[in-house]
Ligand binder design. Structure first.
Ligand SMILES: [Zn+2]
Length: 327
């Protein structure tokens, strides 16, 4: 009789330990990822809106699936970031935009070791396009939710650097601060009206533009934090807040407010860009698939029970596609 609570406690402990040990880069907090996917639905044209609104809860809740998969499979983690600085100073401009060119220059092992987010966004865009062509409601929803996640990650400055949590510059904790605490504290006041989804001529270049903008924002992300830290002692910089029943150390409200102000809209701009891009990419995949009638799929009850991971045949298909016209 006493075993059940113990097992439960053990399971909770394992999860807590795992979240510290394996979660190399938690991406936009759950809160921001869900908000981005949800708001992207409202950018879509009428032909897509009915279907996406019907499934808005799924699209929102499953915005965080890719982060959950990191605990299950090794190959998931590199899909969420790219350590551009390991490739040299102006890598953000020089890095090959297309997967095959990048492999040729650096080898696939190297790319996987330092993260592949922009190329993975392209892969999932392709998967989503195929799902639209096949009128497969389950896959359309699954890949739409996933794509929203990876596009969101590609827009986060700290997902484009080896120093992803300030661990190399004595700014440990800055990752969650920027992408979770700040949006949670201030996004109520953000302007999320981003206009209508637009067709993207070249999604591979577009996602790289987002990565570039995110990477160029890093200088402010780090230097403003340093500047403020010099002005405040630890007691002013941090405070403790109650989460559930536990007191946790957080960046204080004063520090957060001052930092957010110095960033002058940076978090808001990255979130807005994410929302707009997610809408644009969903729309572009649908157009490229020949604009299938989504209203016909609306009554299909998705099962979502199939293996979520990419099968070999799918990845072979992509390789063929990669070496085709778009490249
Ligand atoms: Zn992520």
């Amino acid at each position: 009789m006493k075993r059940a609570p113990l097992i439960l406690l053990a399971a909770v402990l394992v999860q807590i330990i795992a979240s510290f040990t394996f979660n190399r880069k938690p991406s936009w907090g759950f809160f921001a990822h869900q908000k981005i996917n949800r708001l992207a639905v409202f950018t879509l044209p009428p032909e897509m809106t009915t279907f996406y609104k019907h499934h808005i809860q799924y699209i929102t809740e499953n915005a965080v699936n890719p982060d959950k998969r990191r605990y299950a499979v090794d190959y998931e983690a590199p899909r969420h970031y790219i350590d551009l600085d390991v490739y040299g100073d102006s890598a953000v401009y020089k890095m090959p935009r297309y997967w095959n060119d990048a492999i040729e220059k650096y080898t696939e092992d190297t790319l996987q070791a330092y993260g592949i987010v922009p190329w993975h966004v392209h892969f999932v865009t392709y998967q989503l396009t195929e799902a639209f062509k096949e009128n497969n409601a389950e896959d359309i929803l699954r890949y739409s939710a996933d794509l929203g996640h990876y596009i969101g990650d590609a827009n986060v400055p700290l997902h484009t650097t080896e120093n992803y949590n300030g661990q190399l510059t004595d700014q440990y904790g800055i990752h969650g601060f920027w992408e979770s605490r700040l949006p949670e504290l201030y996004s109520e006041d953000y302007d999320f009206f981003v206009g209508k989804a637009e067709y993207v001529e070249n999604t591979q270049i577009a996602i790289w533009d987002a990565v570039k903008e995110a990477h160029l924002a890093l200088d402010s992300v780090f230097s403003f934090e340093k500047k403020l830290t010099k002005k405040m002692d630890d007691d002013t910089k941090y405070s403790s807040e109650l989460r559930g029943n536990v007191n946790v150390k957080v960046y204080s409200r004063n520090f957060s407010k001052a930092y957010h102000k110095m960033l002058s809209g940076q978090v808001e701009r990255r979130m807005r860009n994410s929302i707009k891009m997610v809408g644009d990419f969903w729309y572009t995949a649908w157009v490229n698939a020949g604009q299938p009638d989504l209203d016909l799929l609306i009554d299909e009850r998705p099962i979502f029970s199939r293996d979520e991971f990419i099968t070999n045949s799918q990845s072979n298909k992509l390789r063929r596609h990669e070496s085709g016209v778009e490249n």
